[in-house]
Design a protein around this ligand. Structure first.
Ligand SMILES: *[C@@H]1O[C@H](CO)[C@@H](O)[C@H](O)[C@H]1NC(C)=O
Ligand SMILES: *[C@@H]1O[C@H](CO)[C@@H](O)[C@H](O)[C@H]1NC(C)=O
Ligand SMILES: *[C@@H]1O[C@H](CO)[C@@H](O)[C@H](O)[C@H]1NC(C)=O
Ligand SMILES: *[C@@H]1O[C@H](CO)[C@@H](O)[C@H](O)[C@H]1NC(C)=O
Ligand SMILES: *[C@@H]1O[C@H](CO)[C@@H](O)[C@H](O)[C@H]1NC(C)=O
Length: 458
């Protein structure tokens, strides 16, 4: 098998250059700029992607969503919080994030804008929006109970990530924390909290734990965090987050970053998995990402870019100032679907949304830090990390191509099969999904929480 850059048919997808826009910290994190939501590249690309995706527009689903049956052995109660803690925040969507206008991203229960006007399952979903999708999924969950006395677990649907990013620049720390403090006062005053001091209560937050763990002794290094996750009462709860603090976050549990695929039916998911099994992957490996300036982790990124650019078997999608291709969902997925392995360097923090995009594309992730995946998403991953990923330390990462090419074809097939089988549980199904009987990211989390709560509450 040869790995030239030219022979894949999906290489003929157009890669249109769009107008330049200003870079900011969050676009560096692969945030999709508002601009691109309306970008026609997506449309052209999707049309061309159809040889390999399931065409979303052919989906039919019942107009009236039939209540699904609860097959899981738990009940979840959803607090009806005062609106200032969730939906009222959305009215201020222009100012929820100091880098990006969030209005297009909070649409459709947080799925964002459809990639095509008639697309029901593919959306340009923002990387830090899991909390909204989670909320919509739980509200429609068949195991939801409206009766708190029957509930195994209690969901507190606070949009803490959207709130947190809206106050990054608030210098008055009392003010920065005040909504989080009010939220915790509110829930801890509820009758059902007292039953177990909040042990069976949980939050689901779409940003990394670092943004909520401001330590009082770090006055000099303020990067905008509030204190939500270090409040003692919150430490009695379970906190679901896209990145947990690996050393202090005993009550924190990793949940996947949302990717772009939000299927309505199990059949759509199975069709996608089958396509990822057979798609032609001419490249041994790929890297999607940009260099980081002034960060220690920049060293590994610069090294990956250097090695990828220098290898005829690597496809590089370099995210640079003014470049927009790596913010286009389908360009990103296309690169990943053409590769056997996808390099996952830490970004501004340990984890990357890109890891979940890669897995969705059936690409085997290569990690350079255990905290990018292994210490994060325990509920979602097999115990044996070698069954679904490749790890490289400082020594063997100096020869990535060489190390990866030593992995046999049959091993690659086995790794990829594990990855593809993990896609459903890593995916946020459409909140209004009806004919969907696979466990998605939210189902897996709820089940794990319920199991945990049974152990805690006697
Ligand atoms: C469901 O959970 C209850 C405890 O809450 C347990 O007694 C029962 O055996 C469980 N059933 C199944 C099928 O796991
Ligand atoms: C799900 O259905 C509800 C009720 O019909 C609707 O308001 C909501 O917008 C739908 N969500 C999405 C993402 O389409
Ligand atoms: C910070 O905000 C709080 C609450 O709004 C206010 O009481 C306090 O005076 C403010 N502190 C400063 C230094 O402005
Ligand atoms: C946390 O829970 C423990 C017991 O479950 C309780 O003793 C403690 O007071 C709780 N802490 C707070 C701050 O509520
Ligand atoms: C690289 O080295 C680490 C530590 O020795 C090892 O765990 C890992 O499996 C190696 N990776 C490859 C691809 O050989």
């Amino acid at each position: 098998m040869s790995y030239t850059k030219k022979h894949a048919k999906i290489d003929q997808w157009p890669e249109k250059e769009k107008e330049k826009y200003t870079k900011n910290r969050e676009t560096l994190k692969l945030t999709i700029p508002t601009l691109l939501l309306f970008c026609s590249v997506c449309l052209i690309f999707l049309i061309l992607l159809f040889p390999f995706t399931s065409p979303p527009q052919t989906t039919s689903f019942p107009a009236s969503s039939l209540p699904r049956t609860c097959f899981q052995n738990f009940t979840v109660y959803v607090y009806d919080l005062p609106k200032e803690f969730n939906t009222n925040l959305l009215q201020n969507c222009r100012h929820l994030n100091i880098y990006t206008d969030m209005c297009p991203h909070v649409a459709n229960n947080g799925l964002g804008q459809p990639l095509r006007r008639d697309s029901k399952t593919w959306f340009a979903t923002h990387q830090f929006i899991a909390e909204m999708i989670f909320h919509a999924r739980v509200e429609n969950h068949p195991c939801r109970t409206l009766e708190p006395s029957n509930a195994d677990i209690f969901y507190v649907p606070f949009y803490g990530g959207l709130y947190g990013s809206s106050v990054f620049r608030e210098h008055n720390l009392t003010k920065r924390d005040e909504v989080a403090v009010r939220l915790v006062d509110y829930v801890s005053g509820q009758r059902w909290w007292k039953k177990s001091n909040g042990r069976d209560h949980f939050l689901a937050i779409g940003r990394t734990a670092w943004d909520f763990m401001r330590a009082s002794d770090e006055a000099g290094t303020d990067f905008g965090a509030n204190t939500l996750m270090v409040m003692p009462r919150v430490m009695n709860m379970s906190v679901l987050t896209v990145e947990r603090q690996p050393w202090k976050g005993d009550n924190q549990f990793g949940i996947p970053y949302p990717s772009y695929f939000h299927p309505y039916t199990s059949a759509e998911m199975v069709t996608w998995q089958d396509k990822m099994r057979i798609v032609e992957r001419p490249h041994l490996f790929s890297f999607v990402g940009g260099p980081r300036k002034g960060l220690e982790k920049a060293a590994i990124r610069d090294e990956l870019i250097r090695q990828c650019a220098g290898s005829s078997r690597c496809e590089l999608l370099k995210c640079e100032s003014g470049g927009t291709r790596c913010h286009d969902p389908m360009t990103v997925l296309g690169v990943m679907a053409r590769s056997r392995f996808c390099l996952q360097a830490p970004g501004d923090s340990f984890t990357r949304r890109s890891t979940f995009d890669a897995m969705l594309a059936g690409c085997i992730p290569v990690f350079f830090s255990p905290h990018t995946m292994y210490t994060q998403y325990m509920w979602y991953l097999p115990d044996d990390r070698r069954s679904y990923s490749v790890f490289m330390d400082e020594k063997n990462s100096t020869q990535i191509e060489h190390e990866l090419s030593r992995i046999s074809d049959s091993e690659v097939v086995m790794l990829r099969e594990t990855i593809i089988n993990l896609i459903p549980s890593m995916t946020y199904a459409h909140p209004n999904a009806t004919n969907y009987d696979l466990l998605d990211a939210v189902d897996v989390a709820l089940e794990a929480l319920a199991k945990q709560a049974r152990g805690k509450v006697v």
